[in-house]
Design a protein around this ligand. Structure first.
Ligand code: CA
Length: 232
């Protein structure tokens, strides 16, 4: 796949220009928004494959942009650009439906490898499923073809990342996975970047959405000293 549309949302012109240049050189089709409002307009009119989203914008924040796009049901990968050591920013971005974050200052090479991994898992081999396949546990049904989850017959909204994580765990019941293994399988890259929090936040969301008693989960189990497993 080549020429994917990437929307850069960044108000600092010099930073945006650098990103634009670097991404265009890699063959991406680059759009740029310097405000949150403009980002929403471009997301609607141009339907980018992936959005690089800075948090501090002059009008509405990157968080608001993310929240709104997900509320509209837009599912393209969102990669947040966060300031160093802003732990709350990282977690909040994921809470609002971002797929991942990179911490400033990042290298262009790291950013591009994240972008490629996110695109691969959103549109490539990992996104493919066979027709009509479903996984059922308790009152939860995962429709692998429509990428939907129902609980007690009602549609549950999962972000694309939550969906992939759930699908991976539920497809391999009873097997404990480390956070690194999950990152690699679900996110598509090595996890020597310290994104353990990413997994924990997504697991917590899945529990809140799917478990009767989220603090005492029935399905998505913490395996002490290892990571997580799906208990049948
Ligand atoms: Ca900014």
């Amino acid at each position: 796949m080549a020429g994917e549309k990437i929307l850069i949302v960044e108000d600092e012109r010099a930073v945006a220009r650098g990103l634009e240049y670097g991404l265009a050189k890699e063959g991406f089709d680059v759009l740029w928004a310097d405000t949150g409002q403009r980002a929403l307009e471009l997301a609607h009119s141009r339907d980018p494959h992936l959005i690089l989203l800075d948090i501090r914008l002059p009008d509405i924040s990157g968080f608001d942009v993310c929240r709104q796009l997900r509320a509209e049901g837009r599912r393209q990968p969102i990669l947040m650009l966060t300031a160093r050591d802003e732990e709350t920013d990282k977690v909040l971005g994921l809470e609002l439906g971002a797929d991942d974050y990179v911490v400033k200052p990042y290298s262009l090479r790291e950013l591009i490898s994240r972008i490629r991994a996110l695109l691969r898992r959103a549109y490539g081999e990992l996104a493919k499923v066979s027709r009509g396949e479903r996984l059922v546990f308790g009152d939860v049904e995962i429709d692998l073809e429509r990428l939907q989850v129902h609980r007690q017959g009602k549609l549950v909204f999962l972000t694309p990342t939550e969906f992939r994580l759930l699908r991976y765990l539920a497809s391999n019941p009873e097997r404990p996975f480390s956070r690194d293994e999950l990152i690699e399988a679900v996110w598509g890259y090595d996890s020597d970047i310290g994104n353990d929090r990413t997994i924990d936040v997504h697991i917590r969301h899945l529990r809140e959405k799917l478990e009767d008693d989220p603090p005492n989960p029935r399905w998505l189990i913490t395996v002490r000293g290892v990571g997580y497993k799906f208990q049948k």
